[in-house]
Design a protein around this ligand. Structure first.
Ligand code: IPT
Length: 957
């Protein structure tokens, strides 16, 4: 049976569709009328594709009792669940792999919109109806006449409708099927969200209107000249007043210009005027080429400091408004991000306009992924089956034609995780032919037959270095290409770790041209009971849990510590201690800009307290250049620690951040703090069931402290457990050992503390224990030695591992409860301000900080270990001061680690009447193993003999 012999046959038809117009450039006319059909539409959802006939498309149909939904939108995110629910899978198809067939249960949304033409709608001319995005397959009628059907969810589709329009009472009917043959090509790792989720617009097309056009604007970095040529289907004139350009379409003009780069996004406003229409142009002159094995823009190799961006809003899903898109761009610019891969489909076209305007390099990716076929060794992959090639070529054409006039787009990407095959080759050939001015990207082709850059995802550092040095072998063609990490550093939950070490490699080797962190934002769905929902929360039969929450932003777009870390690691100005005392070395790491837009200051801080900032004068530094700069005289710390902080801030307002916005910073040490004094002289005194030692009282039987400096404490003891992070637990396909699982198997979450001895002697109270899990011989001999000078009490913890330890420890330190303290309690500390772990601590900035316990909690969508502060010299909380010898990792929570570990959503965590404090000597690294490699070996916390001390006292005034 051929697909079109049944009324719904088009749903399973592999062809791209029927009745649509050829793809063309996306633009907003200056003078042609248009009518947005966004807004409230009537909706009827049925369970199968053929449950209802198409009578609803007829004028006069009574849709009176149909509920309303908002377009653009996804019906499953509207109507309180009554329209069905989102489904999350990573790469598994949520239906049997039986291409091109889809389930009989195929939620189908009949959308209806009545509209009148505005009174001033011009008579004459034609009209087009444009859909910017519909998932996954639509059939469209206007005034009872069927226009056609289409697939390609994140691609525009247009119909000619002028002959059907009425001045009033127009009936637009759109039948949307959740599943279609197109779904096989859209297996991206994200929520499956049916609906008309981008704009619907009626466009008047006057006689002599512009059609498709291609702005070619190149830049010759040797001569400084730009060449502009606008090829247009409809003849006209091209003017760029600022450049005095006034030429016919198709005619090139060469003249001196300022080039466009992501750092200097110089755009020239122009107009394409045809007989019937004026179209605004924003021209950016730049030339992209792979030359000498490097990806160059305007003759200069660029370094991508990128992110993968899915479109996401916690309530609206992939229906993004302009303000949200702008927020993304501004957040990227403010965090030193210079590049976006539009994973894994072309974004709303307005996003690219913002990238042109604010300056971001874009890899524009086609709406294509067939990842689920990996489950059957890529058998029957549509990408290698000629029957699907027209659909693939249609998708390639729709992205290239739509987006070709954006200077920000510097590469086309064929798609993601689609294996290899003749369909991809056909796409690459077509793209190369249509637009030779941009290289082609695709990661899944290890030989780079069809691509112009070598692209990889999640390689470990060592492998990246091997590739950089040309030691990885591989096909000859590949060996001559630059390496781009289209995905690296999986930002799921706490992490990623190891960013700084990747950046060092990128900066060291020319062949490495940077990468794109996976990914920009957590796709948590706002949920009344759960806070943010993830896979499984809607009862899906197949799902991939919180793997959908792996972004640098939380779902509400608050930056996570991972983004703060990334900003620091990729800062475009490197500031380091100089060759001689009292100097710093400043390096310009931009590719195009000098540093004249920045102001540099230096301040010194004494025990974390800043003294005034003073301006530094820098020589003008071209990209790549460095200079040594002398710092102002440092103050005398009188035994306290003295540090310098140098900051580079914007000297003027920019479109993306105001004056004073910090771009880069660094700190260094001038004088270390004096060692903590000995805390001795007072003897422990046994008093009934208590032992009193200076300002501390202990349980005489267990040796556990009851009060420290008058503050009640409980359960103070060695702690080696953390609520495992997504990166600790790792992904099944990772070759590295998954320590999160091994820790639990070993029982590190349930160690017991066997009391060996409590000795109160002349100058110390010593408590000896052995800490070990049931069922194993491995253990940690632990001694707590308490001394006092009468006002302070000092604890020295000694740990001696014994037995057969095969795993590193999650953490090594002590934990205790501050009885009666609350989440709102204030704390002060000198040390790192942001959350940090051993391999994610570049942005940890020493200062005197204050916060509440609540403020210290990082709201990872799936609760897990979080909130440690690095290099803490001292902290004060709840009437207790803690000085560390050496510095320590400080964590405070209004719940226990066990509660944190058991929680599935943030709403599972309820503050209690005790604040739990962890003072850690060391932590295990975080890594990126939820999809990529684990922590580098240097960040492993192997069990070995250790000793560390804390001094407890009353807070200082
Ligand atoms: C990689 C995918 O390209 C991306 O879409 C996302 O799923 C990411 O992983 C994990 O979050 S594919 C993976 C098998 C390396």
């Amino acid at each position: 049976m051929s697909p079109h012999t049944t009324a719904t046959g088009y749903v399973e038809d592999v062809s791209p569709g029927r009745g649509t117009l050829p793809p063309r450039a996306w633009y907003a006319s200056s003078d042609a009328a248009s009518l947005s059909l966004n807004g409230r539409w009537r909706l009827r959802v049925s369970a199968t594709a053929d449950a209802e006939d198409d009578a609803f498309a007829e004028p006069g149909y009574d849709s009176g009792d149909w509920p309303e939904v908002t377009v653009p939108g996804h019906w499953v995110l509207q109507g309180d669940g009554s329209f069905g629910s989102p489904i999350y899978t990573n790469h598994l198809y949520p239906f049997p792999v039986d291409p091109p067939h889809v389930p009989t249960e195929n939620p189908t949304g009949d959308h209806l919109r009545l509209f009148d033409l505005p009174g001033d709608w011009p008579a004459g001319g034609g009209a087009m109806l444009r859909f910017d995005g519909v998932e996954s397959c639509a059939r469209v009628w206007l005034n009872g006449t069927e226009l056609g059907d289409f697939k390609g969810s994140r691609l525009p589709h247009e119909f000619a409708v002028g002959h059907l329009l009425e001045p009033s009472g127009n009936v637009l009917a759109v039948r949307v099927h959740q599943w279609s043959a197109g779904s096989y090509l859209e297996d991206q790792d994200q929520w499956w969200l049916p609906g008309v989720f981008r704009d619907v617009t009626l466009l008047h097309r006057p006689a002599g209107a512009a059609g498709d056009f291609f702005v070619h604007a190149s830049y010759d970095h040797v001569t400084g000249a730009g060449t502009l040529r606008v090829d247009s289907d409809v003849e006209g004139r091209v003017t760029v007043p600022e450049l005095g350009v006034d030429v016919a379409t198709g005619e090139p003009v060469t003249l001196p210009v300022e080039p466009w780069t992501a750092e200097t996004p110089r755009l020239y406003d122009g107009v394409l005027a045809t007989a019937g229409e004026r179209v605004p142009l924003r021209v950016g002159f730049r030339t992209v080429a792979v030359e000498d094995g490097l990806l160059k823009v305007n003759g200069t190799a660029v370094l991508f400091r990128g992110v993968n961006r899915h479109e996401w809003h916690p309530r609206r899903g992939r229906a993004l408004d302009l303000a949200t898109m702008r927020e993304d761009v501004l957040l990227m610019k403010r965090h030193n991000v210079n590049a976006v891969r539009t994973s894994h489909y072309p974004p709303h076209p307005a996003f690219l306009g913002l990238c042109d305007e604010y300056g971001l390099w874009v890899i524009d990716e086609c709406d294509l992924e067939t990842h689920g076929f990996v489950e059957q060794d890529w058998r029957d992959n549509p990408v290698d089956d000629g029957r699907w090639t027209p659909a693939l070529l249609d998708r390639a054409a729709r992205v290239v034609e739509r987006d070709k006039n954006h200077p920000s787009v510097v590469m086309w990407s064929l798609g993601n995780e689609a294996g290899t095959g003749r369909g991809l080759t056909a796409m690459a050939d077509w793209v190369h032919g249509r637009d030779p001015s941009r290289p082609v990207h695709y990661e899944g082709d290890p030989d780079c037959r069809d691509t112009d850059v070598y692209s990889r995802m999640y390689p470990p550092h060592a492998e990246v270095e091997r590739i950089a040095r040309g030691l990885d072998g591989g096909a000859r063609r590949r060996r001559g290409l630059p390496l781009i990490l289209c995905e690296y550093a999986h930002a799921m939950g706490n992490g990623p770790g190891g960013l700084a070490e990747y950046q060092e490699l990128f900066e060291r080797y020319d062949r490495l041209q940077g990468g794109f962190v996976w990914e920009w934002i957590d796709h948590g769905v706002a949920h009344p009971e759960l806070g943010y929902a993830y896979g499984g929360d809607f009862g899906e039969e197949l799902h991939d849990g919180n793997f959908v929450c792996d972004g640098l932003l939380f779902p509400d777009r608050t930056p996570s510590p991972g983004l703060v870390e990334y900003k620091k690691v990729i800062e475009p100005v490197r500031i380091e201690a100089g060759g001689t005392d009292g100097t710093v070395r400043v390096t310009n790491r931009y590719d195009f800009a000098d540093l004249s837009h920045l102001e540099f200051t230096c301040s010194h801080q004494v025990d974390g307290m800043p003294t005034g900032a003073r301006r530094l004068t820098l020589p003008p530094l071209a990209p790549g250049e460095s200079a040594e700069v002398r710092l102002p005289e440092a103050p005398d710390g009188k035994g306290e620690e003295v540090q310098w902080t140098v900051e580079a801030r914007l000297a003027e307002d920019t479109p993306w951040a105001g004056r004073n916005h910090e771009v880069a910073w660094a700190q260094g040490t001038v004088a270390r703090r004096a060692p903590l004094p000995a805390v001795t002289g007072v003897r422990p005194a046994v008093d009934g069931d208590r032992i009193v030692l200076g300002p501390a009282v202990f349980d005489a039987r267990t040796g556990a402290p009851r009060t420290l400096a008058g503050v009640p404490v409980r359960d103070l003891r060695l702690d080696v457990w953390r609520a495992t992070t997504d990166n600790d637990d790792g992904a099944p396909w990772q070759p590295d050992t998954r320590y999160g699982l091994l820790w639990r198997e070993l029982g590190l979450h349930r160690v017991r503390h066997r009391l060996v001895a409590v000795d109160a002697d002349d100058d110390a109270l010593t408590v000896r224990t052995r800490v070990a899990p049931a069922g194993r011989e491995a253990g940690l001999r632990t001694a707590y030695r308490w001394t006092s000078d009468g006002t302070r009490v000092r604890l020295t913890v000694s740990v001696l591992p014994e037995g057969d330890w095969r795993v590193p420890l999650p953490r090594l330190g002590i934990r205790f409860g501050l009885v009666g303290a609350t989440a709102e309690d204030a704390l002060f500390w000198f040390g790192g301000g942001n959350e940090a772990y051993p391999d994610s601590r570049a942005a940890s900035r020493d200062l005197l900080w204050d916060a509440s316990v609540r403020d210290l909690q990082t709201p990872y969508v799936r609760p897990q270990e979080n909130g440690a502060r690095a290099d803490v010299r001292w902290a004060e909380i709840g009437g207790l001061r803690i000085d560390g010898d050496p510095e320590f990792w400080f964590t405070a929570r209004p719940w226990t680690t066990e509660h944190l570990d058991a929680a599935r959503h943030l709403t599972d965590l309820v503050p209690g009447d005790t604040v739990w404090i962890n003072l850690d000597h060391r932590q295990h690294g975080v890594g990126s193993q939820s999809c990529g490699p684990g922590p580098l070996p240097r960040y492993f916390l192997w069990p070995e003999p250790a000793e560390f001390s804390f001094v407890f006292s009353e807070p200082r005034d």
